[in-house]
Write a protein that binds this ligand. Structure first.
Ligand SMILES: NC(=O)c1ccc[n+]([C@@H]2O[C@H](COP(=O)([O-])OP(=O)(O)OC[C@H]3O[C@@H](n4cnc5c(N)ncnc54)[C@H](O)[C@@H]3O)[C@@H](O)[C@H]2O)c1
Length: 364
């Protein structure tokens, strides 16, 4: 079993990676002092696809009425769903010692975490991520929230899970589009980290896509370790350190908004990373040679990720609304090299437009 700690004093979180980790739930919960009554928020697809695993967990942990099933969609990452979750917990007399367990992808993790952050001013929660994206990214770091007024994740809070339990076995039933989405965040971590991590990804793209057990476990561990290290230094994004995790995300969020959220988050991130690489080269931060070296393995995604029509103006408008900007100025995370990032970089409108067009053309 692998164990990674997000070191945040009283908000610290322990991440465990192991096949069938839910079988050890009670032991881990006892060690982490998670003693209250258990409530479960469960992704409806996981409920169907991992029936046996879930049934065993429910009976082992004596969870019956406390199970809440939610269909994972951006539309359901809403106040309406939040109200239902909180309402059910009130009805069943959840108290400050109750524990909310969220089993599912990033949507279930984000809304479950936010329900835990707000119920009774904050109760403990456990994340059990079941998508590749949630395993490598969204389950770690304590960002929770819901969409509101057409804006993604605009209402939320930082609330660290006490424990994250990663069972790579869950991923076996994922659709290929979801695997690609998780691969986007893995590429991001490799680029933020070092050449060795990037080379490992470059050499294992096919194995990762086909969910080879060893490769998946290795890349989950590397990504989580990197993110845990960054989050531990800047939990609430007040010091600027955590900003690097937004590599590819300024463009990526704009692509998601322009595509009416029909494109998967991690897929938009891959396109966003390519746009960022073009912008990094254009601004003279990245040499042509380095650009070619980094872009080469990303060619693997060509034909697998597609955007048909896009509107540059709507994308720039979306970028200006990005939560991460200040005074309406668009800020980018760009690369000087693998493992060397620059944050808060600004660019001329024309340079941004050209980088979007180049990034989109790359995937055409
Ligand atoms: N909190 C954070 O730091 C953070 C970071 C990145 C993304 N996010 C958020 O995460 C969300 C995206 O998460 P996601 O990519 O995991 O998508 P998701 O939660 O929508 O899951 C994708 C699909 O896979 C299904 N699914 C989940 N597990 C499955 C399994 N094991 N087998 C088969 N199907 C399964 C879901 O039902 C859904 O249909 C977005 O809302 C995004 O804003 C949050």
């Amino acid at each position: 079993m692998k164990k990674i700690n997000v070191n945040l004093k009283e908000n610290s979180c322990e991440i465990f990676i192991q096949k069938n980790i839910l079988n050890r739930f009670r032991t881990i919960a006892d060690q982490s002092n998670l003693k209250g009554r258990y409530f479960l928020l469960l992704d409806s697809n996981v409920n169907r696809k991992a029936k046996e695993k879930i049934s065993k967990f429910l009976s082992d942990q004596n969870i019956s009425n406390e199970k809440m099933i939610l269909s994972a969609s951006e539309k359901n990452k809403s106040f309406v769903s939040l109200e239902k979750i909180l309402g059910r917990m009130i009805k069943l007399n959840a108290n400050r010692d109750s524990l909310l367990i969220a089993i599912g992808g990033g949507i279930i993790g984000d809304i479950g975490g936010f329900a835990a952050a707000t119920y009774s001013r904050g109760i403990k929660y456990v994340q059990v991520p079941t998508t590749l994206l949630a395993c490598v990214d969204s389950s770690v770091g304590g960002k929770t929230g819901i969409n509101f007024s057409g804006i993604k994740n605009i209402v939320g809070s930082y609330h660290q899970p006490s424990v994250v339990l990663i069972d790579p076995e869950f991923l076996k039933t994922l659709k290929p589009a979801e695997v690609l989405s998780g691969m986007g965040e893995i590429i991001k971590y490799a680029l933020l980290s070092d050449e060795e991590f990037f080379d490992y990804v470059r050499n294992n793209l096919n194995s990762l896509y086909s969910l080879n057990t060893k490769v998946v476990a290795e890349l989950i561990e590397r990504s989580v370790k990197f993110k845990a290290g960054v989050v531990a230094q800047d939990e609430k994004e007040t010091l600027g350190i955590r900003k690097i995790l937004n590599l590819g995300h300024t463009f990526g969020h704009a692509i998601e908004a322009d595509q009416n959220y029909k494109i998967k988050h991690g897929q938009a991130v891959i396109i966003g990373i390519v746009c960022s690489l073009y912008l990094s080269k254009r601004l003279g931060l990245l040499t042509g040679k380095k650009f070619d070296e980094i872009i080469d393995p990303i060619n693997w995604f060509k034909g697998k990720i597609k955007v048909k029509n896009y509107n540059v103006n709507s994308m720039i408008r979306a970028m200006k609304k990005d939560k991460k900007n200040s005074e309406g100025r668009i800020k980018f995370v760009l690369l000087k090299d693998i493992g060397k990032t620059l944050v808060n970089v600004e660019a001329e409108r024309g340079q941004i437009v050209d980088s979007i067009n180049e990034g989109m053309k790359f995937f055409k």
